[in-house]
Write a protein that binds this ligand. Structure first.
Ligand SMILES: NC(=O)c1ccc[n+]([C@@H]2O[C@H](COP(=O)([O-])OP(=O)(O)OC[C@H]3O[C@@H](n4cnc5c(N)ncnc54)[C@H](O)[C@@H]3O)[C@@H](O)[C@H]2O)c1
Ligand SMILES: *[C@@H]1O[C@H](CO)[C@@H](O)[C@H](O)[C@H]1NC(C)=O
Ligand SMILES: *[C@@H]1O[C@H](CO)[C@@H](O)[C@H](O)[C@H]1NC(C)=O
Ligand SMILES: CC(=O)N[C@H]1CO[C@H](CO)[C@@H](O)[C@@H]1O
Length: 350
């Protein structure tokens, strides 16, 4: 009888050709970015409209009551792709059999906290979560680190999960990328998608280098170099760069809270492109493992590069010419990451 039932089940499944659900983890799930992010994942904006999803929500024990509220709201959205929601404060539950992990939660800076102590606390978190990926997740899991310092947290997680390919780890610089794209678009009076191939190099911090030397703008159906479309070099080399670099702080000042809607949108963009690929002739910015042979960036960093993605694998878009102005900025943000990595690694080995 049981056998007959399971045969019937398989037949029905095959006939409806429904995909198996994928397991997606979001950490920091009781926080404000997650509150904007979870709905777009659960309704199919990220992994596709035909892909059922099991959402795993991890946060720390004191946030479990809040997490229950988030679970209720997800249930109340009545989303057809959402097959199960699993709230937890345990890594062995949170990281089990994952297809994708979006690591948003991290230790925030508290009043009077030393930079080093903050880094140390985050190394401890991402060491634990990396080890949990190693132990419980699928080896094909794709990991996106959002919690700051995102680049270095990502490196620590990757080093703590040695059997998962380094290429499966990335950090979020897509928000900076989207900010740069939008600034140029507004300046030219075109929609955001008329601007392509901006680049964010380096750390997700105020030393990042938003670069539009290779960007193109579609002006009335004609593709023009960003410098020719904007026609204001001093803006592009000055205020444009600082606006993008300092945008996070400007949002905090205005909103009294950090960017959450735009961060959630950027996370969705990043993961969707990783799953479905980038358009031909387009690259996106993504913090990925630097192997030492791209653009003279030292190896063993998570550094934001232009990448294109096919078949769920990214490749750095190599060979773009780099002028002296860009070189200096790319090196400065790399130097910052080298220093942060070395401090973080000294904590990791303790
Ligand atoms: N890379 C980027 O572009 C980018 C952009 C915006 C924000 N951020 C960063 O994203 C992070 C989250 O931002 P937010 O506005 O949602 O913050 P938030 O404070 O609203 O939420 C963070 C959540 O993470 C949880 N958390 C802390 N430690 C955890 C752990 N060890 N495991 C699981 N959960 C944990 C907290 O309890 C909280 O619920 C911050 O670090 C922020 O700096 C990054
Ligand atoms: C790199 O960027 C992160 C994220 O903004 C920041 O927290 C960190 O301090 C930066 N690193 C250094 C060494 O400044
Ligand atoms: C896509 O990736 C899978 C898994 O890594 C591999 O088996 C397959 O051959 C790749 N397909 C193409 C077209 O490259
Ligand atoms: C590079 C990337 O995005 N994904 C890789 C993750 O790991 C699996 C194998 O474990 C590869 O097949 C993917 O290409």
């Amino acid at each position: 009888m049981l056998t007959l039932l399971s045969v019937m089940y398989i037949v029905v499944r095959a006939a409806s050709s429904e995909a198996d659900p994928i397991r997606v983890l979001v950490t920091g799930a009781a926080g404000q970015i997650a509150y904007s992010l979870l709905y777009s994942i659960a309704k199919g904006d990220v992994f596709g409209k035909d892909q059922p999803i099991i959402l795993v929500l991890l946060d720390i024990p004191p946030m479990l009551p809040v997490l229950d509220g988030v679970v209720m709201e997800l249930q109340d959205c009545a989303l057809p792709l959402l097959r199960e929601v699993i709230p937890t404060d345990k890594v062995e539950v949170g990281f089990k059999d994952l297809d994708a992990a979006i690591l948003v939660g991290s230790m925030p800076r508290k009043e009077g906290m030393e930079r080093k102590d903050l880094l140390k606390a985050n190394v401890a978190i991402f060491k634990t979560q990396g080890a949990a990926l190693e132990k419980y997740a699928k080896k094909t899991v794709r990991v996106l680190v959002v919690g700051n310092p995102a680049n270095t947290n990502c490196l620590i997680a990757s080093k703590s999960a040695p059997s998962i390919p380094k290429e499966n780890f990335s950090c979020l610089t897509r928000l900076d990328h989207n900010r740069a794209r939008s600034q140029v678009a507004m300046r030219c009076g075109v929609p955001a998608d008329a601007v392509k191939n901006v680049i964010i190099w380096g750390n997700h911090s105020s030393t990042q280098y938003p670069d539009v030397h290779h960007a193109m703008v579609n002006v009335h159906g004609k593709e023009v170099k960003a410098y020719d479309a904007v026609k204001d070099d001093s803006w592009l080399k000055g205020d444009f760069i600082s606006t993008v670099q300092l945008r996070g702080a400007a949002v905090i000042k205005a909103r009294k809270l950090s960017s959450a809607m735009s961060a959630a949108k950027a996370i969705s963009d990043h993961m969707r492109d990783w799953w479905f690929g980038t358009l031909d002739g387009e690259f996106m910015s993504m913090g990925v493992y630097a192997g030492g042979n791209s653009y003279g960036i030292p190896e063993d960093l998570i550094y934001s590069f232009p990448v294109h993605i096919k078949n769920k694998s990214w490749n750095i878009h190599d060979g773009l010419p780099v002028n002296d102005f860009s070189r200096a900025k790319m090196d400065a943000t790399a130097a910052e990451l080298v220093e942060e990595r070395d401090t973080a690694l000294s904590f990791l080995s303790q």
